[in-house]
Design a protein around this ligand. Structure first.
Ligand code: CTP
Length: 408
């Protein structure tokens, strides 16, 4: 196990019986060279004393949000800004609820809302509180927000009940801290990844268009995952209402033809992933003025086929990316149709997903995908779109290695 030497951990101690385990956690962190700053909630002071914690950490312990001297020496914003990692232990049901809802009514919750650093929580509470749907709902929200969770463990609790709710042991929390502080491997450093996402919009007239339900979530999650692996990422995106992931160059487009042009201009790339739900057809001619009722009866829309962006780039000579990945949105015979698309489009991998309305993939946060390639079919379990993105990017990074070796 490597050590967090020189790193600053902001430890936020909630009010629970497990707070006493923080003594050992602080000791473990200190012996491994970490600087440990501490915030206690009001309730935590009922279980452990600021004096003990100050002696163990060798640092002033912060308790009050509106303390004039604390704010002058190191305010709540600075406390979270100066940390490499925030650790909430014990994370009580109350603290988790505050975090999930963005409440900020004391120093601990304010520091947690003010941070842009990674956060680890070690929940501890009574088993019924842990199993309560409100806590489980908050837990899902926190995980979706990117918060890492260690524990809780099963066991006999201070209240005499048995089940999940015991805070993870200090050694387990330390291992989670070390894993989070470890610089992430960046296998895609120096590599360029082109991703399409979202729907396209094909105008009928200045106020009407043809489009689809794509939310862009899977494509945006892929862009984020590629950046995390060190890639330079260009995201060619149709209209969606998602924030641009940090470190991603986003090129907004509307139509399929704009999307193709933007993609071609962004080549060469090492990997290209076509996650956009491109409208297959556009109105052959879009009216310049708004179409009015009563003029020549009901209008008939003549459609023209849009260019196939994936196929064009996968089959282009010269600038073809080393790895080309397509998506297949299907409502029936998912794997069969995806296998056909793999050949038709000329890509290396098809990520097939069932977009039948009842599964809620369009707009939802989950996806169940099948990876279809010349090597066969691999079916993944139901995962969040963020997890699908991480796993897929890691797989693509591995696939790129033989290409790199071959080029050497
Ligand atoms: N695609 C594309 N350009 C298009 C249509 C699709 O780049 N004009 C890409 C999508 O981004 C996706 C893959 O092709 O990666 C498959 O898209 P999909 O809509 O499932 O298939 P289509 O080719 O449109 O075929 P169909 O609608 O008949 O299933």
């Amino acid at each position: 196990m490597t050590s967090p030497t020189g790193k600053t951990v902001l430890l936020i101690i909630g009010g629970g019986i497990a707070a006493f385990k923080c003594h050992e956690l602080i000791r473990l962190l200190k012996t491994r060279g970490a600087l440990v700053r501490i915030i206690m909630t009001r309730a935590a002071e009922e279980f452990v004393t600021p004096l003990t914690l100050a002696s163990l950490s060798g640092e002033k312990v912060h308790t009050a949000l509106f303390s004039l001297t604390d704010e002058i020496e190191m305010g709540h914003i600075e406390l979270s800004r100066a940390a490499d990692l925030l650790v909430v232990a014990p994370a009580t049901a109350d603290l988790m609820a505050k975090m999930a809802h963005g409440l900020a009514d004391d120093l601990a919750s304010t520091a947690l809302l003010a941070t842009d650093k990674r956060v680890l929580i070690a929940p501890a509470m009574n088993v019924r509180m842990w199993n309560h749907q409100a806590t489980q709902r908050n837990l899902s929200t926190l995980k979706r927000d990117g918060i890492t969770v260690v524990g809780p463990n099963d066991g006999e609790m201070a209240c005499g009940e048995f089940g999940p709710g015991r805070m993870a042991e200090p050694s387990e929390i330390l291992a989670a801290i070390i894993a989070m502080l470890q610089p992430k491997a960046q296998p895609l450093a120096g590599k360029r990844v082109l991703i399409t996402a979202g729907p396209t919009r094909e105008p009928i007239d200045p106020v009407r268009y043809i489009s689809n339900h794509s939310s862009g979530k899977q494509g945006y999650a892929l862009a984020e995952a590629a950046v995390a692996l060190g890639a330079e990422v260009v995201l060619v995106s149709g209209p969606v209402s998602l924030p641009i992931p940090h470190g991603v160059q986003m090129l907004p487009v509307e139509t399929a033809r704009d999307m193709l042009k933007a993609c071609e201009e962004e080549l060469p790339a090492d990997i290209a992933i076509f996650a956009a739900a491109v409208a297959d057809w556009r109105a052959e001619t879009a009216a310049v003025e708004k179409m009015k009722k009563g003029k020549g009866g009901t209008p008939v829309l003549t459609l023209a086929e849009n260019p196939d962006i994936l196929r064009t780039i996968a089959r282009s000579s010269g600038k073809r990316p080393q790895i080309v990945v397509g998506f297949a949105a299907e409502t029936e015979h998912v794997v069969k149709h995806a296998t056909e698309k793999l050949a038709k489009k000329g890509c290396d991998l098809i990520v097939a997903n069932d977009v039948s309305a009842e599964l809620g993939v369009f707009g939802g946060d989950h996806n169940k995908v099948h990876l279809v390639s010349a090597q066969g079919v691999e079916s993944w379990p139901d995962m969040t779109k963020a997890d699908v993105a991480c796993k897929l990017m890691e797989r693509l990074a591995l696939m790129l290695v033989p290409h790199i070796r071959a080029a050497e």
